[in-house]
Design a protein around this ligand. Structure first.
Ligand code: HEC
Length: 160
């Protein structure tokens, strides 16, 4: 029995290694840049157990959503993720002209790209941002955003 299970396990490992290389390429070459957080507006907070997320975007994007206009190219959305009161990581979405062309259609999230940054603003090289995209694709009808629907209610105090 053993003699058959070993090669099987090895080939599964090889397949895994190949796809990990692919993931790292995506994480490296994507066009998301860490934004200037001071220029962003914190419009909503999501709390779940020991997790607290501050979600922010540009004043221009807030205006666009409130007036029913498309979110402009150059916009960042940032989810500042805290665990037990400590900064844990930053999830960033950035919209840019032509960003969608970097991906096959079955992965594309219009002109949005995604990135995971650690508190020192380095990229998490173990993350496949295709995962981010596949989840956010379910929000296509709200420009790939989960919490934009809260923006119209935002009047200076983060919506909870
Ligand atoms: C399993 C589904 C899922 C995956 C995978 C996922 N997200 Fe999200 N994302 C959400 C949900 C749901 C929210 C709304 C906030 C909440 O409920 O925590 C959100 C919110 C956000 C926001 C705030 C803007 C918005 O859409 O409301 C950003 C930025 C974001 N995610 C970036 C990322 C990045 C970067 C990754 C990958 C590293 C990622 N997400 C992976 C489900 C997902």
């Amino acid at each position: 029995m053993k003699i058959f299970t070993i090669p099987l396990a090895l080939s599964a490992f090889a397949a895994c290694a190949v796809s990990l290389v692919g993931w790292q390429v995506h994480a490296e070459t994507n066009r998301v840049k860490f934004p200037d957080l001071d220029g962003l507006v914190h419009y909503t907070t999501v709390k779940r157990g020991n997790v607290m997320e501050h979600i922010m975007t540009t004043p221009a994007a807030i205006e666009a959503v409130k007036s029913g206009q498309p979110i402009p190219a150059g916009t960042h959305f940032v989810l500042v993720d805290h665990r037990d009161g400590e900064l844990y990581r930053y999830f960033v979405m950035q919209k840019g002209e032509g960003f969608g062309a970097d991906y096959e259609e079955n992965r594309r999230t219009a002109d949005w790209q995604f990135q995971w940054f650690w508190p020192d603003k380095s990229i998490n090289m173990d993350e496949n941002t295709a995962r981010c995209q596949s989840c956010h694709r379910s929000q296509e009808s709200s420009d790939y955003l989960y919490t934009a629907y809260r923006i119209p209610r935002f009047n200076g105090t983060p919506v909870e």
